[in-house]
Design a protein around this ligand. Structure first.
Ligand SMILES: O=C(O)CCC(=O)C(=O)O
Ligand SMILES: [Fe+2]
Length: 482
């Protein structure tokens, strides 16, 4: 049975994959040790017998005896020895973890995460392939095969110019790494596939001559490759009969980019103050006002390291793919929300404390609000632009309570990327562990304030943890507390 683990949607859950890979490598290592032992035994025997190419008749009775003994006794032992296949148990062990392995969907999402990072932060392909992200050198790089996988996915999604870039970098890497050619071929990506794909994309981009050149160059190297000559004759035929290439439009996802790279603040100089309340008598809160209309503030250093650890421990093992409401009103997985979350309620002491804290920071009663949602983002994990209010339309007979305000607690620092942005307000907030961001989603009439559209920029580096509280107006307005 296929298990959907959604690995790419949470960095924390990738911990499982690390263990699985360790397990696999262990098996491969034991397997090679086993094989090595066999090789040693066989070589030792050849040496003992004094194997050489020449076939000569024995010159003395002792030698004749030894030959007969060997073929009488050793022979059957060798048959037995070679029949013992050391790989059988290894295969069994490897197959045991098959249901947990990443799926096509996972690799697609991992690809998409990288692509989002590349687009949103305008990272050059070559830099990414070398592990240089925003001018910071990371201790990783991509090999030719990995560049090819990315290129293929880009081509599939019609991001053709990027696909060509990735292929070109891939070919360069291949050339630097030709001693691994056999390994690449065994893993299903021979060099010829790079040229085939390159020709295909160039044709799709309308550059027939370039496509032809690629194929000709490839044919010079691999004249026996049938797929190449087939592609070439198809192309020649198209040119001869004057068939226009079906130009595919190069398509780039419209993701929001500004303010993801640098912190954006509105021009007006606002202010900071200390807030005290009964709950907080002994520890006044540092509040920074970001905007008065719509109201938006940050509270600095409000959650202690200890509480953060407890909250993460409570949520860690129940993370599941976060969903959003589709156009039909049903909750579903959303490629624009690559995060996993778990809901926590007041049965936990630390969460009761968070409720009290949120009450103190907002002066809202929270009894009718949804639970806290703790989230861990994935590879290039992001949340596309959305509103937190549900915006019930005026014609609804009875107006249902809406999400009046939102509080986001940052439970980790994010070394690179991962800002929360409000494009209409020109505001971005980079996560700082222990701080909380609060804003109002509804205007003074109680309607959704469209200026509050916001997004979480793709995380580049780090395991991004946040905790959200969507604060319902029910208690306040309908419950008659005001
Ligand atoms: O993770 C973030 O920065 C934003 C989260 C968010 O918008 C939400 O949970 O509604
Ligand atoms: Fe939101």
């Amino acid at each position: 049975k296929l298990v959907e683990n959604n690995y790419a949607a949470s960095i924390f859950d990738m911990g499982d994959l690390i263990s699985y890979e360790h397990y696999l490598l262990n098996i491969l290592q034991n397997f090679t040790n086993d094989l090595q032992k066999r090789v040693d035994t066989i070589e030792y025997y050849l040496e003992m017998v004094g194997y050489d190419e020449e076939e000569e008749l024995p010159t003395d009775p002792i030698e004749s005896f030894r030959i007969i003994r060997r073929l009488y006794s050793d022979y059957s032992n060798w048959v037995w020895y070679l029949e013992q296949q050391p790989w059988e148990t290894s295969v069994e062990h490897i197959i045991a973890i098959a249901p947990q392995m990443p799926t096509e969907k996972d690799i697609g999402e991992a690809n998409r995460g990288l692509k989002l990072i590349q687009l949103v932060y305008s990272l050059p392909t070559r830099h990414m392939a070398e592990g240089v992200l925003q001018n910071i050198h990371h201790n990783t790089s991509l090999n030719a095969m990995e560049c090819y996988t990315i290129a293929k996915d880009m081509a599939k999604n019609n991001e053709l110019k990027f696909a060509v870039e990735w292929l070109n970098v891939g070919v360069e890497k291949y050339m630097e790494d030709r001693e691994n050619e056999d390994l690449y071929t065994q893993l299903g990506v021979p060099l010829v596939s790079f040229y085939e794909l390159l020709a295909e994309i160039e044709n799709a981009l309308g550059s027939r001559n370039l496509a032809m050149n690629e194929l000709q160059a490839a044919l010079k190297e691999w004249p026996e490759k049938v797929s190449l000559s087939r592609a070439q004759s198809r192309l020649q035929m198209d040119i001869r009969i004057g068939k226009e290439p079906k130009k595919k439009k190069d398509f780039i996802t419209g993701v929001y980019q500004q303010c993801c790279t640098w912190e954006c603040r509105p021009n007006k100089k606002l202010y900071c103050l200390y807030i005290t309340s009964y709950f907080l008598r002994y520890a006044p809160l540092k509040m920074e006002v970001l905007s008065l209309d719509p109201y938006m503030v940050i509270y600095h250093d409000v959650v202690s390291e200890r509480d953060i650890i407890s909250i993460k421990n409570l949520s860690k093992h129940g993370l599941s793919r976060a969903k959003t409401y589709g156009a039909d009103g049903a909750l579903k997985e959303d490629p624009d929300r690559t995060t996993k979350g778990s809901w926590l309620n007041d049965e936990h002491e630390v969460i009761r404390k968070m409720t009290q804290l949120t009450q103190a920071m907002t002066n809202f009663a929270l009894d009718k609000s949804e639970d806290f949602q703790v989230m861990n983002y994935g590879i290039g994990g992001y949340y596309g632009i959305h509103f937190d209010f549900l915006g019930y339309s005026k014609k609804d007979k009875e107006r249902l309570p809406d999400r009046m305000a939102t509080a986001i607690f940052y439970l980790s620092n994010v070394p690179q990327g991962g800002a929360t942005v409000f494009p209409s307000l020109n505001v971005s907030i980079f996560p700082k562990k222990g701080s909380a961001l609060i804003w109002y989603n509804l205007d003074h009439k109680g309607d959704g304030d469209r200026r509050t559209g916001h997004s979480a920029c793709p995380t580049i580096v780090g395991s991004r943890w946040v905790m959200t509280k969507w604060i319902s107006e029910e208690e306040e307005v309908l419950g008659g507390h005001v």
